[in-house]
Design a protein. Structure first.
Length: 541
């Protein structure tokens, strides 16, 4: 990291410069301009931590420290065959999706008349949608001054905030956000086995009841128990009752990822969804939390906020409303007992509920499919082998749906063999009843995949982010776009991947599924295949 001048009063955070070695001379000049203006600069992450997990450190640097991301491009650097810049840009775009209305946080910079990469940034946009800065030609100094002005604003500087420079202005929008935003993911078809839990949760969400936050937590921190599904179903049920006229917000806190969503980032996303302009955001997390509570207090119509996949009370506490009829529904693998919430423990399903879920899931595809209902003994054996874990049960249902000649007893017998073989398999997270059975369910699902989807399944954990686009998947697996899309469709049909909530055309794996797929790379040949895929992904712009 380069040494930097002391920041000017009121300037907080740092500007992160992402570039490749071919552009070092250009970046040196840019760095001097920024530092002369009192802006702290961070660059050269590829050399900061030799021998360590630089991907994780890059993610931490960008998500925690950088409040302005400057992505540099030139004709010379565009021909580079491998670049750490790609990893940095992946993380920055991931963060951009949390800030959908603040496009200036990520500023492309051109050092010559090159093409900005056509990278997907979500919402049907690409990097070329963003307003870029040209640092070449006769307008160099004027463009640099405008860039400094914008960066200082992003970092909380003392520059005038009456308007953005024309060349970097945001596109006009009819409104920052709808009056009553509805961000709930789609309702789950075939939802079953949780009637009592759903009734209890919906009752707690009644805006007319006491204004408690509600926490849904899994017993023993077990993943795959259906916390998110239950929360989303409860949200839809509440909306169908005419509650929460002020809207429903949803944010995935990714609490168990390598780089969880920080409270400040979550507040940014929620404030934007509530229609607060970015220029009103105070720089500190506490001040942003206070603004968030004030905005909710000013709203007479109740708002529902679902904070999914939290890992700690500290991650959630700033997101709780101060007063009023609003509700916050939090899901976590841990019992978050210190935030003054009503606690709803969600455990694995009993035998009857497990069979009900299996039957409903199978009938979703074919309403007249009676393989579960006509063989209750086999269905109960299958449910027991799945340990009552909804994730495993859904995978078994997917196997039955994919093969209409497969009976419930045949599937149960196959699963029993896999449970014995994989009995010793334990994951580092989500330890609890049914973990070995989940691994067995994963194994059966994996064995039934055709060659191309199976190979893609093994490679997907190489992607460091929480989700991946179809285009990036094609690069990862070295496949034509259409074949990659077909392979993803096959994986989705087997419930081994699912569409990401962040944007259309993106895909994610459940964390237990990701851990299992990563186990498959233990073989030397498969590990080498994973390294080659990682290199292709890093080369991808």
């Amino acid at each position: 990291m380069s040494s930097s001048a002391a920041p000017a009063p009121g300037v907080a955070g740092r500007a992160f410069i992402s570039y490749v070695r071919e552009d070092s001379a250009h970046v040196d000049r840019l760095q001097r301009i920024l530092e002369d203006a009192g802006i702290r600069v961070w660059r050269d992450t590829a050399d900061l931590w030799p021998g360590q997990d630089w991907r994780m450190r890059i993610r931490g640097a960008i998500t925690r420290d950088a409040l302005a991301f400057l992505a540099c491009f030139s004709q010379a650097s565009s021909v580079r065959t491998q670049s750490y810049q790609n990893e940095e840009l992946n993380v920055a775009i991931e963060q951009l999706r949390l800030r959908p209305h603040d496009v200036t946080w990520l500023i492309p910079i051109r050092f010559d008349d090159c093409q900005i990469p056509d990278r997907d940034i979500g919402g049907g946009r690409t990097l070329r949608y963003l307003h870029y800065t040209d640092l070449f030609g006769d307008d160099y100094h004027q463009s640099a001054e405008r860039l400094v002005h914008v960066v200082r604003q992003l970092l909380g500087g003392t520059a005038e905030t009456g308007g953005r420079p024309a060349s970097l202005a945001l596109p006009d929008r009819a409104s920052a956000a709808p009056d009553a935003p509805d961000q709930l993911p789609l309702s789950i078809s075939g939802f079953a086995g949780r009637d009592d839990d759903l009734t209890n949760l919906v009752r707690l969400l009644d805006p007319g009841a006491a204004g408690d936050a509600v926490v849904v937590s899994a017993v023993a921190g077990l993943a795959g128990v259906g916390k998110t599904t239950l929360a989303v179903q409860a949200g839809h049920a509440a909306r169908q009752r005419g509650w929460f006229e002020g809207g429903a917000l949803f944010i995935d806190l990714r609490g168990y990822d390598a780089a969880p969503v920080e409270p400040g980032q979550a507040l940014d996303a929620l404030l934007r969804a509530l229609g607060v302009p970015a220029e009103r955001f105070p720089p500190g997390e506490n001040d942003r939390s206070a603004l968030y509570r004030s905005v909710l207090t000013e709203r007479s119509a109740p708002v529902l906020v679902i904070a999914d996949n939290a890992s700690s009370e500290a991650q959630v506490r700033p997101l709780l409303p101060g007063s009023g009829p609003h509700k916050v529904l939090v899901t976590s693998r841990h019992t978050l007992a210190g935030i003054g919430a009503r606690l709803v423990e969600v455990g694995v399903l009993g035998d009857d509920a497990s069979v009900e879920l299996l039957d409903a899931a199978v009938r979703t595809a074919r309403p007249d499919d009676e393989r579960i209902s006509v063989d209750q003994d086999a269905a109960r054996r299958l449910s027991a082998l799945c340990g009552g874990l909804p994730l495993a049960l859904q995978i078994m249902a997917a196997l039955l749906t994919a093969d209409t000649t497969l009976s419930a007893i045949e599937l149960a017998n196959k699963l029993a063999v896999e449970v014995e073989r994989l009995e010793q398999l334990r994951y580092t997270e989500g330890i609890g009843p049914g973990v070995a059975s989940v691994a067995a369910a994963f194994e059966l699902s994996y064995q039934r995949l055709d060659e191309v989807p199976a190979r893609l399944f093994r490679l997907l954990p190489v992607n460091p982010g929480p989700d991946i686009s179809t285009a990036a998947t094609a690069i990862l697996a070295d496949l034509p776009f259409n074949k990659a899309r077909q392979a993803l469709a096959s994986l989705a049909q087997a419930h081994t991947v699912e569409p990401a909530a962040s944007a259309a055309g993106r895909w994610r794996m459940h964390d237990l599924m990701r851990l299992y797929a990563r186990q498959l790379q233990g073989d030397t040949a498969l590990a080498n295949e994973g390294e080659q895929a990682r290199d292709r992904l890093l080369d991808y712009r």
